[in-house]
Design a protein around this ligand. Structure first.
Ligand SMILES: *[C@@H]1O[C@H](CO)[C@@H](O)[C@H](O)[C@H]1NC(C)=O
Ligand SMILES: *[C@@H]1O[C@H](CO)[C@@H](O)[C@H](O)[C@H]1NC(C)=O
Ligand SMILES: *[C@@H]1O[C@H](CO)[C@@H](O)[C@H](O)[C@H]1NC(C)=O
Ligand SMILES: *[C@@H]1O[C@H](CO)[C@@H](O)[C@H](O)[C@H]1NC(C)=O
Length: 274
């Protein structure tokens, strides 16, 4: 699938830039429909490596599906408008289109396709681990985006758009897509810090993640829980897509337990079908 990744990604990004202009933003569309069967179709961006996915959100969902041996089809999409929240991942499932890895997983658990990943935890463990999980998704995630699109832009541009026809490459990455991503980074606050401050937050985050994991097998002990799907999707992205996250990978590699964790979990989540 290698060569099929770059152009679709570019197209997805271009379309999302076109369709996601803030002033055109619509409210969440909850009543989209799709054929009513129980096949799960996971929609995400193009895929280049055997690592589950370069988008942490899609990666988390695939990790969950693979680990729980739930059959699914993967579809590379260029139409983010099809997603109720206009983001990836989203799934077609039983007559509905559902957005957001968290709510997709919740629905699949409700339908009995997998055990609740947090079932083995007590109330306070669930509370703490869910707080840690959401901080991975709101702090480290944006650190990854910032590293790809600001700190490491020249590499990222080559990786995402290197094979794009020259005429598109001339204006699309720098003039259309990058400004859109930068606007998002500013809207969520990542780039409103003083120079270097967010990088400090990320270093401390990774260090604290290493402390929390300690010598445990998984973040909450001997069993994989919801937190692991998220932690793996972010840490694994840093480790496996190192061309896009060079400095972050160097930071991660300071902590043997985190590197070991990513290496141990990768084969458990590896997609067979993508
Ligand atoms: C979706 O919901 C909106 C608001 O409730 C309604 O106006 C619209 O007709 C619905 N569309 C479909 C296809 O059911
Ligand atoms: C899909 O089909 C099932 C069984 O026929 C039905 O119970 C369910 O309400 C349908 N769902 C939708 C969204 O139409
Ligand atoms: C929940 O588990 C933790 C150990 O992980 C324990 O310290 C705590 O006492 C437990 N809480 C309850 C209410 O059982
Ligand atoms: C954990 O985070 C706090 C606050 O950001 C920071 O002061 C501390 O140094 C971090 N811990 C480690 C071990 O880096």
């Amino acid at each position: 699938m290698e060569s099929q990744w770059l152009l679709p990604t570019a197209v997805v990004l271009a379309l999302s830039v076109y369709f996601l202009k803030p002033q055109q933003k619509k409210s969440f569309k909850s009543n989209l429909t799709t054929p009513n069967d129980s096949k799960i179709i996971v929609c995400g961006g193009g895929q280049k490596t055997r690592f589950p996915n370069g988008s942490p959100g899609v990666c988390k969902l695939i990790a969950f599906l693979e680990y729980n041996k739930i059959p699914y089809e993967y579809k590379t999409t260029t139409n983010f408008k099809e997603s109720p929240n206009e983001k990836i991942p989203f799934v077609h499932y039983k007559g509905q289109i559902i957005s957001d890895s968290h709510f997709i997983i919740r629905k699949l658990v409700q339908d009995g396709l997998a055990k609740d990943p947090n079932a083995g935890l007590n109330e306070s463990e669930i509370a703490i681990s869910e707080m840690v999980r959401t901080s991975f998704e709101s702090i480290l995630y944006w650190g990854i985006v910032k590293h790809r699109w600001i700190n490491n832009w020249e590499h990222t541009k080559e990786e995402y758009f290197g094979k794009m026809p020259a005429i598109l490459k001339w204006f699309l990455p720098d003039r259309i897509i990058l400004p859109h991503v930068l606007a998002n980074l500013r809207a969520v606050g990542t780039t409103r810090y003083e120079e270097g401050q967010y990088d400090i937050l990320i270093k401390e985050f990774i260090c604290n993640a290493s402390v929390i994991l300690g010598s445990k097998k998984y973040f909450m002990g001997d069993q994989i829980t919801m937190l692991d799907y998220t932690a793996f999707s972010n840490l694994g992205n840093i480790y496996h897509l190192s061309k896009l996250n060079g400095e972050l990978k160097a930071e991660l590699e300071k902590y043997d337990n985190l590197v070991d964790y990513v290496k141990r979990l990768t084969p458990l989540f590896k997609p067979n079908k993508i």
